[in-house]
Design a protein around this ligand. Structure first.
Ligand SMILES: *Cc1c(COP(=O)(O)O)cnc(C)c1O
Length: 391
């Protein structure tokens, strides 16, 4: 049979440039420790910020829903796939985000695609931070709107673009709430102020902020006291929430429109009952068990202060995403392998996920790690960093 010679040669190039990554298989449930290659290792790579993936209340809710409602839903939402619990989750999310309504999609990725591709037309302009998530970039690619990218969190550049965009029907500013590869928080108060001055709309993707920032984990909008001033809030149910899915929260008009025009909502099957029930329970846990978020921040502050003391190069992170900047792809991969051999699973992140020459080890702290475990991880990181002449 004909072979994909051109793909093969590209893969070989990637191996040479150390941008080819072996995907590790996890052989246990997620938690502070996971099994990789038959060995228990400390998990410092997941988005399981609060440990909810294996929280007994979520697992129990999923089991009960599967028992009562089955394994699948057998239809897209608009035809026969909307169960009462799908509505219940959306009501729960709207209340959580302090908006009029919310709509759930299959993932955070499809949420951004669904929202951006449906509300933007060629009469509009979308103005996007240069480090926004791939799903925002792809969502924008699907539209006929004009596109402008502003320099990362650079408010002067954003204002410059806004000034030149007054002829469009809609100016939509889009930003990640927390930037996933650096861990810094978007300057939302300034963005909202500019949006109000230039009559623009604001869309915030709080994938890494929901469950992490704001009252009970409501996200960056609430964290900055901007409830009611951001038009579109996107979130994921796949990170701190611990399950799977994405949602958009906003006004009745926006949500009703997306119900009729959001393509992943219209043309892809709805979440199984186990997923939806676990998501509802996750929000209940956020509201009723604030101790997980408190522990997450205690751990973050401790781990970050120790990394700083050690003298490693970090990003301007303000969140539990704490990347150690290495630079060269090969060195980052070597560092990560070294850590794994010492029982610490901290994945290297290389091009194209981050820029070339900006390879890093992204450590992600969770509420489940004890101080003793964090100390163990820090000791391993320090000795590996010395060995590779990073210290
Ligand atoms: C992870 C992430 C997504 C994708 O969410 P999924 O639910 O995993 O598809 C979208 N936006 C941002 C900013 C993210 O970090």
């Amino acid at each position: 049979m004909k072979e994909f010679e051109f793909l093969k040669s590209e893969l070989e190039d990637m191996k040479e440039n150390h941008t080819w990554q072996e995907i590790k298989q996890v052989e246990s449930k997620q938690g502070a420790y996971v099994t990789v290659n038959g060995k228990q290792v400390m998990q410092l790579s997941s988005n399981n910020y609060l440990g909810l993936t294996s929280h007994p209340r979520l697992v129990k809710a999923a089991q009960a829903a599967a028992e009562q409602f089955g394994a699948g839903t057998a239809s897209v939402r608009t035809i026969a796939g909307t169960f009462t619990m799908h509505h219940e989750l959306e009501k729960t999310l709207a209340a959580f985000k302090k908006t009029e309504a919310a709509l759930v999609f299959q993932s955070g990725f499809t949420t951004n695609q669904g929202v951006l591709s449906s509300i933007l037309t060629k009469e509009d302009i979308v103005i996007s931070d240069e480090l926004n998530h791939a799903s925002i970039i792809d969502g924008i690619r699907l539209t006929k709107a004009d596109k402008k990218v502003y320099r990362h969190v650079d408010m002067d550049d954003l204002e410059r673009v806004l000034k030149k965009s007054m002829n469009y029907r809609m100016r939509l500013i889009v930003t990640d709430g927390v930037f996933s590869m650096d861990g810094n928080i978007a300057p939302l108060p300034e963005i909202v102020k500019l949006a109000e001055a230039y009559d623009a709309f604001v869309m915030v993707d709080d994938a890494h902020a929901s469950g992490v920032l704001g009252e009970n984990g409501r996200g960056t909008v609430n964290h900055f006291g901007l409830d009611g001033r951001v038009h579109i809030q996107v979130g994921t149910l796949s990170k701190a929430i611990g399950v799977l899915g994405g949602y958009v929260a906003g006004s009745h008009v926006l949500i009703d429109y997306l119900r009729h025009k959001g393509r992943p909502f219209l043309f892809s099957t709805s979440h199984p009952p186990a997923v939806t029930a676990a998501c509802i329970e996750a929000i209940n846990v956020l509201l009723e068990e604030p101790q997980h978020m408190e522990q997450l921040w205690d751990n973050t502050n401790y781990f970050k202060s120790m990394l700083v003391k050690m003298g490693l190069t970090l990003t301007k992170s303000e969140t539990p995403i704490l990347p150690i900047i290495i630079g060269e792809e090969a060195l980052a991969q070597q560092f990560s392998e070294r850590l794994l051999s010492e029982g610490i699973f901290a994945q290297s992140i290389v091009f194209p996920t981050v820029a070339k020459g900006k390879a890093r080890i992204r450590t992600m702290i969770t509420a489940e790690h004890t101080k003793k475990e964090l100390d163990q991880a820090l000791a391993v990181i320090q000795s590996a960093a010395k060995e590779l002449h990073l210290l």
